[in-house]
Design a binder for this molecule. Structure first.
Ligand code: SAM
Length: 450
């Protein structure tokens, strides 16, 4: 059987796409291998969101060039966002690449690989394609947690971002297709799904009849076996009171929301074309906290966007403190080809970006520690992932608010179960806890001691 080695960069959507590709190629009799040396086909599923992501791919292609020199029959393919953005430029710079294709062509990966093998000249496929829900998976892919892409593309046109170019128009999968996919995952033991979309809270408005994410969450909630539902990424511009109420009211939807702010300065938000002000964002945060008091919040921030002054940056730090995020992802602005911000005159020096990045992360760590500290003493539901990576005698899992908790499971394998754990200590990257006997156990103990 021919062997496939897959290297995945970037976001959760890429992880999802890679699994689909492995599943489709399984039908072409390819089996997965962890070793590039053993592979007949190596596919790099790429990211183009920042320059660094592209640098990593070219560096890997350099390594693979040496492998191909030894084994000329090896096929190398580049797929995903960088393929869509750079197209023919990839093979021009890295002629060892046999195949380049974007995400719309994933459904045809089998045919494209066969073409690359028979034609023995660079195959390039980066056109638009019909929206297809692919549910193929490689062997052994069943797991407790799964990503499910519910919509493709993005039409937001933030001035810094390549996603509208790399992932095309916004298109939602039908609720029926999504429910069928998740029902299948649940039948294989999946307990938690994360619904994915670039602007996931714009889900369904392009469907006929239109629907929305709140309605989809209710449909997914009804699927037996699924214990938790997450969704990402939400855009503040599309956040509705109806969705906020769904976070409170739909039982399996967790109390966690990732809501990118990007900047705490109105001037910068406008230059980014984000479509909201800081005041509007904070209004949403107030509504979220009032409706879902235990909600954990995380965000994305960009530091050093063109024209960002020290004062603009100080407002971003202020916003981090005011919101009280559980987690912050801070990125140094990266100039992306074809985006309006790349052409803006007042680019910020790299050293300033690096220094601001360090400062905002220090604020985020402070705020995050205070947020996790408040959990000490509380009893929480933990979805158990298995043994802790650092200490096999400990079980490890996550709270509904997405914190890692390690605890002594008293020798029981609770993998896949919801355990009740009292939090005893907050560490920088995780929590420690102790198993609380389930009420049935407690009742039995009371009965036997009476
Ligand atoms: N679609 C989502 C949104 O707009 O909120 C997020 C998508 S993007 C994959 C994840 C994050 O990468 C963004 O929220 C942003 O903070 C960051 N990002 C995007 N373009 C960037 C750039 N040119 N430089 C630095 N960070 C960038």
């Amino acid at each position: 059987m021919p062997k496939l080695h897959l290297i995945t960069y970037g976001c959760q959507m890429n992880e999802y796409d890679s699994e689909r590709v492995a599943g489709l190629l399984k039908h072409e009799r390819y089996e997965l291998t962890d070793s590039p040396e053993d592979a007949d086909l190596i596919l790099l599923n790429t990211c183009a969101i920042r320059e660094k992501a592209e640098d990593k791919v070219y560096s890997e292609l350099g390594t693979l060039k040496r492998l191909k020199a030894r084994r000329p029959e090896l096929l190398i393919g580049v797929m995903g966002c960088m393929a869509q953005l750079r197209q023919g430029a990839i093979q021009a710079r890295a002629p060892q690449v046999d195949l380049v294709f974007g995400s719309p062509a994933i459904a045809r990966v089998g045919e494209l690989v066969a073409r690359a093998r028979s034609e023995r000249r660079g195959v390039l496929e980066t056109g638009e394609g019909p929206l297809v829900k692919i549910t193929a998976k490689p062997d052994g892919a069943s797991r407790l947690k799964a990503f499910v892409t519910v919509m493709e593309g993005c039409e937001k046109h933030c001035t810094f971002c390549v996603v509208p170019t790399t992932r095309g128009r916004e298109r939602s999968h039908t609720p029926a297709a999504i429910v069928a996919e998740i029902t299948g995952l649940a039948a294989q033991g999946c307990r938690e799904v994360t619904l994915l979309g670039q602007t996931v809270n714009a889900y369904g408005r392009d469907l006929d009849p239109p629907t929305d994410l709140a309605a989809l969450l209710e449909r997914v909630d009804a699927i037996d076996g699924i214990a938790r539902i997450r969704f990402t990424t939400s855009n503040p511009y599309n956040l509705t009171s109806r969705l906020i109420r769904a976070i409170r009211d739909v039982p399996k939807v967790v109390e966690y929301l990732h809501l990118p702010l990007q900047s705490g300065s109105d001037r910068i938000l406008e230059r980014m074309n984000r479509g909201y002000t800081v005041a509007r964002y904070l209004e949403l945060i107030a509504e979220l906290k009032e409706t879902v008091p235990d909600l954990a919040l995380s965000t994305d921030l960009i530091v050093g966007f063109p024209g960002e002054t020290e004062d603009d940056f100080a407002r971003t730090v202020e916003a981090v403190e005011e919101v009280g995020y559980d987690n912050v992802f801070a990125f140094r602005y990266s100039r992306r080809p074809g985006t309006p911000a790349a052409e803006m005159a007042d680019q910020v020096p790299e050293a300033v970006k690096a220094e601001r990045n360090t400062r905002v992360l220090a604020a985020a760590v402070r705020v995050g520690a205070a947020r996790s500290g408040r959990l000490v003493g509380r009893e929480m539901e933990i979805l158990v992932d298995g043994a802790s990576r650092k200490d096999a005698t400990q079980a490890s899992g996550r709270t509904r608010c997405n914190r890692v908790v390690n605890f002594d499971a008293a020798g029981r394998d609770l993998t896949g179960e919801i355990a009740h754990v009292r939090i005893t200590e907050a560490l920088p990257h995780s929590l420690r806890g102790e198993l609380v006997p389930r009420s049935a156990d407690r009742l039995a103990a009371v009965g036997s001691s009476a």
